[in-house]
Ligand binder design. Structure first.
Ligand SMILES: Nc1nc2c(c(=O)[nH]1)N[C@H]1C(S)=C(S)[C@@H](COP(=O)(O)OP(=O)(O)OC[C@H]3O[C@@H](n4cnc5c(=O)[nH]c(N)nc54)[C@H](O)[C@@H]3O)O[C@H]1N2
Ligand SMILES: Nc1nc2c(c(=O)[nH]1)N[C@H]1C(S)=C(S)[C@@H](COP(=O)(O)OP(=O)(O)OC[C@H]3O[C@@H](n4cnc5c(=O)[nH]c(N)nc54)[C@H](O)[C@@H]3O)O[C@H]1N2
Ligand code: SF4
Ligand SMILES: [Mo]
Length: 770
């Protein structure tokens, strides 16, 4: 595949029927094919056999947890995890000669897929002011350059330190320590773009920002809601857990505007019957909800449950739990009873009968889990929606009890761990106090900038130095044109990365590429061979041991890069043994054990097979909220709408991409092949808009600031999505998401509700029409 950022591709779009089952033999075949295209059979075997095993490599694909030691399959991975790990293990290399041949301006024209395909970065490179080429630089000079720029700033708050959840606990802890010792809380992270809304709503209502369920809870639930997530693609081993739950008698309700393959039937490739049989059915009820209709859905469900309790007092709600452990019930109940059915039916696009079927499922279930991901968090009203899901769980006492609870399904493999380690622009005082006590300096207390506010600050010249660790900031963030301009206004941008991406090509006046070891690789320091740790979506913390020879002998580990940089930047301000951290990561874990709650005896406990589980107060009957109880809330926000002849667009992942990086042009489960510049539209909407299959259109977003945001050259494909709703891939459509279009309270970009019009290519533009 070859595509430029504007989407000129030499492949043709082919469309086939969407699949109604996920995984099975094709998943194994596709994983192996992609892996073997990347690297040798020997390295493929090394990565795959070590993946997610005790003493092996933690899969960097997503944050889904592993079964307990002793219960793991010898192939404990999924198609996408296998592709992802071998994308890192690739044998291709980006060298100094590559950069000599390709000026930055030329690289900026290449597609995300092309940049990634060039392979692993091998040595530090610098682009000097005015130059159009990256050239080699020694580690010593590269880190001096960053330290000098940082020290020259008028204020530490003129720097921002971005991380993604690819970073280990050890590196994350050192990074936040460095940033705070330097004097800023500007720690934007990918969580700002991912589950920020979950953390906000859960902290407020339950007193913990994390999910409350374990894998065992999921296995033993009676009813599981899978809301706003596409597990067949993005958390494939979740399907094994759902299969296990079904075997134990669970029922499943899937709520999603798109009939995603993994929601219907799963052929478990780890089991003989999954290979030869027809697989197991997953969802017992599928609700094709309109985009953003989930708040209304849960309000209606809660109203129905309150009414059922009126009819059969004492039989429906868990009054003991409500009385003993919650507050705000009466106010919530009054508000829920006022839920208007016409609004519910309009916002959800569902029938009352469908919602009543869901209620009946709920009434038959004792233990209930609600799982959700980006289909919920990336809406303007995400926070009230999650609060309403919590109301639902509280009504029948489904938190803090076996087999039930809240399950925000995390994305990046260590995104939850990074937060635990202090990567947050708003860490609470008790964490900062503990840092102060341990390291003897006074960390800044003023909250820092999140991702959206970092872009604003860069754009306005308030952030001058940007250090990115393990992500692709310009592609992951909204309003691409604005973000790119913001990035280019920085004096220095520096990225600690494994592979080439757009953030290296859209860069500051001076730009650095600092190449690093990946999680698959053997990491030897002065103190011997090192391992790192990660925390999964269910708060299990375990070790990850690299197994492959490093991609280049020049690479430094993330911890080494940060420790050396910190030493050069803040050596005269704080007395922290950065060198010791680099030599032996165990010394970092010792510090973590004294600073971060739940990590006592970290080194000893993480050495045990399977690692350790962090305590969750909710599961110990405590709700550390402002009232000391779980809190019912009254939520009013309305679902997003589009004006006549406009559609509501969600931006989402294909089956063959990993976040900002497409791997191939083959969204297999949805039957979209050969092109990513595709917009999925309901056939009746196409008729109404006068569009035919494969018509070429520009997507133009509509926002109150009247700035034109246009994604050119998309082909229209009829697809089973509710009326008025459309879907297209991220990151190609990030250009359409206005920077100001964010979730209330959490400030997370609202990438799942973008108002667009489809402008046939060749038709006069809005400006032209005057
Ligand atoms: N293979 C692979 N795995 C990944 C990733 C990857 O890129 N590739 N990324 C990782 C990361 S960082 C993350 S955060 C996760 C993301 O995992 P997901 O949240 O599954 O990711 P999306 O592709 O954004 O899919 C959103 C899903 O929500 C549905 N949806 C959209 N809007 C609504 C709505 O209003 N209501 C409801 N009920 N549903 C809605 C969409 O139809 C789609 O099925 O995956 C992780 N795992
Ligand atoms: N429109 C729209 N925008 C979105 C989303 C959406 O659904 N729609 N989803 C959002 C979500 S949920 C997320 S999480 C973000 C993702 O945003 P990011 O996390 O910023 O982006 P990634 O694509 O995961 O980053 C990929 C890069 O990470 C680097 N990398 C990979 N592994 C390592 C490693 O081990 N160490 C180091 N140092 N570098 C490494 C490689 O250089 C690679 O190019 O995007 C967000 N943006
Ligand atoms: S489910 Fe997630 S963590 Fe597990 S193997 Fe697949 S991508 Fe990796
Ligand atoms: Mo994410």
């Amino acid at each position: 595949m070859s595509t430029t950022p504007n989407g000129d591709s030499d492949e043709q779009l082919k469309v086939s029927e969407p699949k109604t089952w996920a995984a099975g033999v094709p998943a194994v075949a596709h994983a192996l094919q992609y892996s073997l295209e990347q690297t040798s059979p020997r390295r493929t075997a090394l990565t795959l056999l070590n993946m997610n095993q005790v003493d092996g490599i933690d899969c960097p694909g997503c944050a889904w947890p592993d079964p307990a030691p002793g219960h793991r399959h010898k192939n404990e991975y999924c198609e996408n995890g296998a592709k992802h790990i071998n994308d890192e293990a690739t044998s291709s290399r980006v060298t100094a000669e590559f950069f000599a041949q390709h000026p930055v301006s030329e690289l900026a024209q290449q597609s995300d897929e092309w940049l990634n395909r060039q392979g692993r970065l091998t040595e530090p490179m610098v682009k000097r002011p005015g130059s159009d080429h990256y050239e080699p630089i020694s580690w010593h000079d590269a880190l001096d350059l960053v330290a000098t720029e940082l020290r020259a700033l008028d204020s530490p708050d003129e720097a921002a330190f971005y991380t993604s959840g690819r970073v280990s606990n050890e590196a994350a802890f050192v990074l936040q320590l460095f940033a705070r010792a330097f004097g800023t809380n500007n720690l934007p992270d990918c969580s700002n773009l991912c589950h920020e809304s979950s953390g906000t709503a859960l902290s407020e209502t339950l007193g913990t920002g994390k999910g409350t369920v374990s894998l065992l809870d999921l296995h033993h639930a009676d009813l599981i809601f899978v809301v706003g997530q596409n597990p067949g693609t993005n958390h494939p081993r979740q399907l094994s857990a759902l299969e296990e739950a079904k075997r134990n008698g669970a029922r499943i309700i899937a709520i999603n505007p798109l009939p995603e393959a993994g929601l219907f039937r799963f052929k478990n490739p780890q089991k003989p019957r999954g290979v030869i049989g027809s697989g197991v059915p997953i969802a017992d009820q599928y609700l094709p909800i309109r985009l953003g209709g989930d708040l209304s859905f849960f309000r209606a469900l809660n109203r129905l449950l309150l009414e059922a309790e009126d009819a059969r007092p004492g039989e429906v709600l868990d009054r003991d739990f409500i009385d003993a452990s919650t507050s705000g019930f009466e106010e919530f109940a009054e508000h829920a009873r006022s839920t208007d059915w016409d609004t519910v039916l309009a916002e959800t696009g569902l029938s009352r009968a469908e919602i009543e079927v869901a209620r009946d499922e709920v009434m038959r279930a004792d233990r209930i889990v609600v799982c959700w991901a980006m289909g919920i968090t990336q809406h303007r009203h995400a926070v009230p929606t999650i609060r309403e899901m919590v109301n639902f769980l509280l009504l029948r006492g489904n938190v803090g009890r076996a087999g039930s609870g809240a399950c925000p399904v995390r994305g990046h493999s260590n995104v939850q761990g990074d937060r635990t380690m202090g990567i947050w622009e708003q860490m609470p005082d008790h964490f900062l106090d503990a840092l102060q006590q341990e390291f003897g300096f006074d960390p800044p207390r003023v909250h820092g900038l999140d991702a959206v506010n970092t872009i604003r600050a860069m754009h306005e010249g308030r952030i001058k130095v940007f250090l990115g660790m393990a992500g692709n900031f310009v592609r992951a963030t909204p309003d691409s044109a604005v973000t790119e301009e913001a990035m280019r206004r920085c004096r220095l941008t520096a990225h600690v990365s494994t592979k080439l991406n757009r953030s290296h090509t859209v860069c500051g006046e001076t730009a650095l590429i600092l190449p690093t070891l990946g999680r698959t690789e053997i990491d030897v320091q002065a103190g011997g061979e090192q391992f790192v740790t990660v925390e999964d979506s269910m708060s299990e913390v375990h070790a990850s041991h690299g197994r492959l020879e490093p991609a280049s002998r020049v690479l430094l580990s993330e911890v080494a890069i940060l420790a050396r940089l910190a030493n050069k930047t803040v050596h005269d301000k704080v007395d922290i043994p950065w060198q010791e951290f680099e030599d032996d990561y165990g010394t970092i874990r010792d510090r973590i054990s004294r600073v971060v709650p739940g990590f006592h005896d970290f080194n000893a406990r993480v050495a045990r097979p399977g690692g350790l589980k962090l305590p969750n107060p909710v599961n110990e009957g405590m709700f550390p909220t402002r009232t000391g109880t779980a809190i019912f809330t009254s939520n009013d926000a309305s679902a997003p709408t589009a004006p006549p002849r406009h559609l509501l667009l969600q931006t989402l992942r294909s089956h063959d991409q990993w976040n900002t990086i497409p791997y191939t042009n083959n969204d297999r489960y949805r039957g979209i092949h050969g092109s990513r510049r595709v917009v999925l539209v309901n056939a009746a909407d196409m008729d109404e808009l006068g569009l035919a299959e494969r018509d070429r259109v520009d997507l133009v977003s509509v926002w109150s600031d009247d700035v034109e945001r246009r994604a050119p050259g998309f082909e229209v494909v009829a697809y089973p999505t509710p009326r008025g709703c459309a879907a297209a891939y991220y990151p190609e459509t990030n250009v359409l998401v206005p920077l100001d279009s964010v979730a209330d309270v959490s400030n997370q970009p609202a990438s799942k509700s973008v108002v667009v019009r489809l402008e046939p290519v060749g038709a006069p533009t809005a400006a032209g029409r005057g």
